[in-house]
Design a protein around this ligand. Structure first.
Ligand SMILES: [Zn+2]
Length: 165
């Protein structure tokens, strides 16, 4: 395949959106998890374009996922959650076909929900609707602390909760 064909193919894959977000450089295979964290499913009323395991333009050898969601902008809380699930991914806000803002998603200092406290006696585990809330103590290795019961949780538990492994 010639280079030109290749370019053309890329264009077809990536439809431009007028308003919404583009999340790029997602670790391969994690885009479905991103949709579930954002609560986006087939009921979502606008366009969602999902590309799984596409070659990264800048880093040839690497694969990545790319996600485009029309008619949405993420809240700080949603960005914090995604910072935990896909740290290092790029978050672009698109307004009127242009990149209005671009930032890297990072592990947050603080976040709500997304995982259950490891302490079965924690108030967040038996008194709905208290949303669990965590403070990030260290990013490498990842360690968090529940703000309600002060239980520390490590990378293995967090990864198990987020990705089932
Ligand atoms: Zn707790």
């Amino acid at each position: 395949m010639s280079k030109k064909d290749n370019e053309h193919k890329k264009e077809l894959l990536v439809t431009k959106i007028k308003n919404g977000v583009v999340i790029d450089r997602i670790p391969p295979g994690r885009s479905l998890k991103v949709l579930s964290v954002l609560g986006i499913d087939d009921e979502y009323p606008a366009m969602v374009a999902l590309a799984i395991k596409v070659p990264s333009k800048k880093r040839e050898e690497k694969l990545k996922d790319v996600l485009k969601i029309a008619e949405i902008e993420l809240t700080e809380e949603e960005k914090n959650k995604l910072g935990l699930v896909i740290p290092g991914a790029t978050y672009n806000i698109i307004r009127d076909f242009e990149v209005y803002k671009k930032e890297e998603l990072r592990i947050p200092q603080h976040f709500k929900g997304i995982l259950k406290c490891q302490n079965p006696k924690c108030i967040t585990n038996f008194r709905e609707p208290i949303t669990p809330e965590y403070e990030v103590i260290s990013t490498d290795p990842l360690t968090i602390r529940c703000i309600y019961c002060e239980r520390f949780m490590g990378e293995e538990y967090i990864s198990q909760q987020l990705f089932g492994r």
